[in-house]
Design a protein around this ligand. Structure first.
Ligand SMILES: CCC/C=C/C(=O)SCCNC(=O)CCNC(=O)[C@H](O)C(C)(C)COP(=O)([O-])OP(=O)([O-])OC[C@H]1O[C@@H](n2cnc3c(N)ncnc32)[C@H](O)[C@@H]1OP(=O)([O-])[O-]
Ligand SMILES: Cc1cc2nc3c(=O)[nH]c(=O)nc-3n(C[C@H](O)[C@H](O)[C@H](O)COP(=O)(O)OP(=O)(O)OC[C@H]3O[C@@H](n4cnc5c(N)ncnc54)[C@H](O)[C@@H]3O)c2cc1C
Length: 648
């Protein structure tokens, strides 16, 4: 064990096990998570080759093999709790993507949420037993964001009681769905529904695309892999062209909207229920932001504790790079954000399950807030985590650029979360749409509840507009900082609403007014989400009884809130005072930095990083890893070089 890293752990002011238990939910949950992780780590079937030394095809084959093994082993171990399945798979996957990822994350959840009981009876046994392997085919070459303009059609033929599916143009070819290219034999296809000559907009259909016996594409189906990408090497993101593909009427997902045998159409209670699976995944991505950032911080902070470089004071030994204030300023606010997002991720998941419970009982009243919250927090947390991972990589200097640091892989795997499941700017604009609507309702005297209830104060505080009120905060008091964030959000929502109003007064259309105000609208959403995160972090502290853990998390929460103020200084005041306080907080966090990342409890197998190793033995491991590079298998690799040298 590296002596630097040992000393860091000895000097921590709190018990890492207590904090880990809190993050997991309880000591029992930590015990069980570790037990499940060790099942994978000690399983010889999961000791695979390093994917960095494999070709794309080899990676795909290995991912399929691994996914099949996971299914069998989960059954053998009798693991059926969704959270436990998630722990098992997360550990087994490590740096791999799951070949059946879309089957679990989108195909099955869509069947659970949008099938009638009869449809569930037919499809769930097939899908849960992996006979029907599925994906979610929504995006087309021409449209990902503006899904109302998707061009694939499903036209009902009452004479045979079938839907006929077509991708009539090049731009209507389905493009991107994960697992579509080679793996899936079914797809949930989002298509414009036509019946009795009328278009009723997007609906979801279960479309068999490959034979369940031979796995050959079915007649009328052209399907394949879209080629190499920035990351996701082992995933066969695919294309799909449908030409006169007929499916039975019962293959339209009919929990909400229905087509009768004679072709008559029954409307759903809300036409946005078809978008339900996207809301689910957006809600879950918030927790993924926390995991990607906490992993990256674990690597960068542990490495910074063992890496020595440059001189602080002449003649003295080179310090740990973690002792540089500039290094702390890069990493500790991200560490604080990783904790904040962990709590926000738990909140988002709980909120999703609570509100969908109400939806299942027929109460749709909270759907707009759920959509706005999931869209905004997905965008806010993924943007921060995405930029943060890159900061962590650069904070490791040259070695951060090596694949064995684990950081490039975390980055390429994580960065598409800013794009998929709703491009982030577009998601922020959806949240803004909700905020502006709430702002107007509050102005009309309606009482708002939930995360936007602060907009009620607009009314109470009139006639003095929010934008003219000064922001004076006690920078040592979290409650006061929460107030400052609340005021900022109220102010920026007001600015956005007034910008829209101003544009409309120039007699331009709603749509143009919206476009001309989109910078203000995105800023309003960003401020709203930032407020929600700070508020949730503060609320979490009130649940913590252990004083040492409370104290260290309070320091992190202060740093998170104050650092956010410096990043958005135009919206807040008291800047120089805040900078001084931030410097003091960096000093306070420094002795606990390694212990704080240890508390995330990533074992070496999962972290998969030579720089972030628990024992800190970085250089020996890097050398060992380099020796495994295929280029090192022979001393003289290229005969071209050999010939050139010989000629000389
Ligand atoms: C491993 C991961 C693999 C990745 C997989 C993928 O990427 S899969 C592919 C992922 N692809 C994507 O994520 C595509 C992203 N694009 C979209 O989701 C949609 O095109 C859109 C939401 C941007 C606009 O939709 P639109 O043009 O139909 O709507 P509009 O803007 O005209 O607003 C009308 C009203 O609808 C409301 N409302 C909207 N959505 C929801 C909702 N989910 N729930 C509830 N409500 C919703 C909205 O608030 C508004 O309410 P208001 O104010 O009238 O009361
Ligand atoms: C790794 C990966 C996996 C994916 N998996 C799937 C899958 O399994 N199934 C599936 O169906 N799809 C999948 N997708 C597709 C993904 O959902 C879309 O790429 C995503 O929704 C963004 O749409 P787009 O590509 O059309 O971007 P565009 O909308 O073309 O975005 C381009 C730019 O235009 C801007 N823009 C667009 N509209 C607006 C607007 N109204 N206002 C302001 N700015 C705007 C955006 O902000 C962005 O800057 C995947 C994508 C990736 C990268």
């Amino acid at each position: 064990m590296n002596p630097d890293i040992c000393r860091e752990r000895e000097n921590a002011t709190f018990n890492t096990e207590t904090l880990t238990n809190m993050l997991d939910g309880s000591a029992e949950k930590t015990r069980r998570r570790r037990e499940i992780e060790s099942l994978v780590i000690n399983d010889p079937d999961f000791q695979h080759d390093d994917p960095n030394f494999m070709s794309r095809s080899e990676r795909y084959d290995a991912a399929v093999k691994k996914s099949s093994q996971m299914i069998m082993k989960l059954r053998d171990y009798g693991i059926s709790d969704p959270e436990e399945i998630y722990f098992y798979k997360r550990t087994a996957r490590r740096t791999f993507h799951e070949a059946f990822g879309l089957h679990y994350t989108m195909f099955l959840p869509t069947l659970y949420s949008q099938c009638t009981p009869e449809q569930q009876k037919k499809w769930l046994p097939l899908a849960e037993n992996f006979k029907a392997l599925g994906t979610y085919a929504q995006t087309e070459l021409g449209h990902g964001t503006h899904i109302r303009k998707l061009e694939t059609t499903a036209t009902y033929d009452p004479s045979t009681q079938e839907f006929v599916l077509n991708c009539p143009t090049v731009s209507s070819i389905k493009w991107w769905p994960g697992g579509l290219g080679k793996t899936s034999n079914h797809a949930i296809v989002l298509a414009q529904l036509y019946t009795l000559g009328k278009c009723h907009g997007l609906h979801a259909f279960i479309v068999p695309i490959r034979c369940m016996k031979t796995h050959q594409p079915l007649p009328g189906v052209t399907v394949g892999d879209i080629g190499p990408k920035f990351g996701f090497e082992e995933v066969d993101n695919g294309y799909l062209k449908l030409e006169n593909v007929r499916i039975p009427r019962e293959n339209m997902l009919m929990k909400y909207a229905q087509v009768e045998p004679d072709g008559s159409y029954l409307k759903p209670p809300s036409d946005k229920l078809t978008y339900g699976t996207m809301v689910f995944i957006r809600a879950m991505i918030v927790g993924e932001s926390a995991r990607a950032l906490s992993k990256s911080c674990t690597i960068a902070i542990r490495y910074s504790a063992v890496r020595h470089q440059s001189e602080l004071r002449p003649g003295e030994p080179e310090p740990q790079i973690l002792d540089y204030q500039a290094q702390q300023y890069k990493l500790f606010p991200l560490l604080a954000a990783a904790y904040a997002f962990t709590f926000v991720g738990q909140y988002m998941s709980d909120t999703y399950h609570r509100i969908t419970g109400h939806i299942n009982q027929g109460d749709f009243s909270q759907l707009p807030e759920l959509h706005a919250l999931a869209a905004g927090l997905k965008a806010f947390t993924t943007w921060t985590a995405n930029a943060g991972i890159e900061v962590c990589r650069m904070a490791c200097g040259g070695h951060g650029y090596l694949c064995c640091s684990g950081l490039p892989d975390i980055y390429v795997t994580f960065t598409p979360t800013c794009t998929y499941e709703g491009e982030n700017t577009v998601m922020m604009l959806q949240t803004a749409r909700f905020l502006v609507k709430c702002y107007r309702q509050a102005r009309e005297g309606q009482q708002l509840s939930g995360t936007v209830s602060y907009l009620n104060e607009q009314q109470r505080l009139q006639p003095q507009p929010v934008s003219s009120r000064p922001t004076v905060v006690n920078i040592n008091d979290l409650a006061s900082l929460v107030e400052a964030y609340k005021l900022r959000a109220a102010k920026l929502v007001e600015v956005a609403a007034k910008s829209l109003q101003g544009e409309l007064q120039r007699s331009i259309s709603q749509e143009d007014a919206w476009n001309n105000s989109s910078i203000e609208l995105v800023r309003a959403s960003d401020a709203h989400c930032h407020y929600v995160v700070v508020e949730l972090f503060a609320a979490k502290l009130s649940e913590i009884s252990d004083t040492a853990v409370h104290s260290v998390l309070n320091t992190l929460a202060l740093l998170y809130a104050l650092h956010g103020i410096t990043l958005n200084s135009g919206d807040f005041l008291q800047l120089s005072q805040i900078t001084q306080r931030i410097k003091a907080l960096l000093v306070e966090i420094r002795p606990n930095a390694v212990a704080l990342v240890d508390s995330f409890d990533y074992n070496d197998e999962m972290l998969n990083s030579v720089l972030g190793r628990y024992d800190g033995n970085v250089y020996e491991s890097m050398f060992e890893w380099a020796k495994r590079s295929p280029l090192n298998r022979t001393e003289v690799r290229s005969f071209i070089i050999f010939n050139i040298i010989q000629k000389k």
